[in-house]
Design a protein around this ligand. Sequence first.
Ligand code: MG
Ligand code: MG
Length: 472
Amino acid sequence: MTAPRHPDLHRAHRRRLLDALQPGDAVLLFASPHHIRSNDTEYRYRPDSDLWYLTGWEQPECAVLLRKDAAQPFLMFVQPRNPERETWEGRRPGPEGAVARFGADAAWPYDELATRLPDLLMGYRDLHYAVARDADHDQLVIGAIRAARRKARRNGLDVPDAFIDPARVLHELRLFKSEAELELMRRAADITCQAHRLAMAMTAPGVAEYELEAALDGAFRRMGGNGPGYSTIVGGGANATILHYVENRDPLRDGDLVCVDAGCEYDFYTADITRTWPVNGRFSPAQRQLYQLVLDAQLAAIDRVRPGVSHKEIHDTTVAILTRGMVRLGLLAYDRAAEEEAVGKLEIELPDPLPDDATEDQLVDRLIETERYKRYYMHGTGHWLGIDVHDVGAYVALGDSRRTQPGMVQTIEPGLYVAPDDEQAPERFRGIGIRIEDDVLCTEAGPVVLTAGVPKAIEEIEALVGSELRAR
Ligand code: MG
Ligand code: MG
């Protein structure tokens, strides 16, 4: 890409960042390196999210320097034009293109960074730079600061004397999505919904996990996305109880559920959807019970995505509903030995045994206090979503769980996973893994589900699964 697809988006992000910085602040970002896949072949290049957010630049070997209150606040160091290399590796905008099309105030070849950086840093005190992430970059930055210090003895200018992690300011900005960003996220969500519907429609016993993966990933590309924003998970039967199962190699079996977690990345914004459906199109009674419980927890948690509700409160909502449901379904019961074992892993005192006449409320509270629900619900309820699937932004602020605010997008993805060999679980639940995940925008008016275009109610799923084959 020799010109940004969304120049206004990146210009607005730079403006927001420069406004948020303190006087004397500079920001230095580097492009991601190429990563080797094996021997001499590389993974397809993915730009660094921070650098792309601010520039739209998609090539490696790039550094960006943004300086508060400077006459030239936006500087780039990029690969120079080179017809011979470009024949092999692809087109390069070069420093000329960085200025003309990406809006840089000035740009130079990347290999001039080390010599130019000392002068460019003079007059700045705090450098927003991710120290200790890349040894070569650290060495270059430290060398530049050392050189700047020598010059400062003569000209008396400030030299950076503190590194600030980009998480402090830049990642806080990324946590709050603008309308222009939400447009891209909605596109990613819409493509992902369509892909999940396709996968549901083609599901039948004997279809392989990789066939669903191929349909999903193919749909992402066909509809203009970059591809999956993370490795597509297609887990049939007990494979769904492995949270990050990506082998996707087995045939789907009659009577099993299949759990699909896949999201399209569109212009580097990703969606993240999980649906779980019956391979033969009909939930069994046991599957139906667990599925409805997860869905109830998910709907309740989505309803809590409102301004002022904390990340922890949202999680506690799913834990409370799932735990009570597991008690009612006989998946969890009072068991002193299991309680002692669970408490042994926690930093809490072993509570007194529950009395024989304990109420359901007391039992649920105890199962939560001793974290016994984690046997079947072992992950968090969701995460921030944006350019990264597990997007940046702090979950805790000054020791308190972060409160949801308008403009944040988070996933809500409760699940239940019963290992196939779990002898504590009633037999009918063994080997069932269920997760339901949507992407939810917080607004003043309440939660907006960006991924509502793919069904999750039992009847709607049963109507769609296998419909493509029935239509033949
Ligand atoms: Mg997911
Ligand atoms: Mg997720």
